[in-house]
Design a protein around this ligand. Structure first.
Ligand code: FES
Length: 202
């Protein structure tokens, strides 16, 4: 499954960027063409943190003995062996399959390799600008998802902003399954003047 894990602008050219996602300690960087790369953050030689190294010619250079790795995790250069010798192929860092578009970086999480790029919202593809915002909530991610789907709290918790108008009666909720990972959720709030809420929404 594809999981959106970063905003593109977090990973700058010429600088390693350390991130923990899905329980993995990872280092990100951009190669010479600006393409995003990621490896497990531990050098397969002596476990130094690659994120404390440098980006050299589009490769990540370990801070301990200077081994250089490409985005597939291969050792491309071992300084102590000199440029004339081929590095050993058995030393390999764990790499990750990434996809970057619309200012978002996705990571493939799970067995095998993806058959297609991640799905995006077709109606958002042509947007010229959008805003990002993030903050850390010290809760299970399920609580955050639940909160986003819960419109019933708006007139109480957010009564003077997005929930203003005392619209406490909820029509719906209507749920439409599009495919195995996409659904549309819709509810309509209105003032309670004694009417019954509609179960179905058109
Ligand atoms: S620990 Fe990374 S090159 Fe030795």
């Amino acid at each position: 499954m594809w999981i959106a894990i970063l905003s593109s602008r977090e990973v700058k050219r010429g600088r390693p960027y350390r991130v923990q996602r899905m329980g993995e300690d990872m280092v990100f960087w951009r190669d010479g063409d600006g393409k995003i790369m990621a490896l497990r953050n531990y050098c397969p030689h002596r476990q130094a943190l690659l994120s404390q190294g440098k980006v050299v010619n589009g490769l990540i250079q370990c801070p301990y003995h200077g081994f250089e790795f490409d985005g597939a995790g291969n050792v491309v250069h071992v300084p102590a062996m000199g440029r004339s010798q081929k590095p050993p192929s058995y030393l390999k860092a764990k790499s990750y399959t990434l996809y970057e578009q619309y200012g978002i970086v996705w990571m493939w999480y799970g067995p095998g390799q993806p058959e297609a790029p991640p799905k995006f919202f077709d109606d958002l593809k042509d947007l010229e600008a959008y805003a990002e915002y993030w903050e850390t909530w010290n809760i299970s991610f399920l609580r955050a998802v639940e909160n986003q789907l819960d419109g019933f709290h708006l007139p109480f918790v957010h009564y003077n902003t997005i929930g203003r108008g005392n619209r406490t009666l909820i029509n719906g909720v209507a749920l439409k399954q599009i495919d195995d990972i996409t659904f549309v959720w819709h509810a309509a709030a209105e003032r309670d003047v004694g009417q019954k809420p509609k179960v179905r929404l058109d």
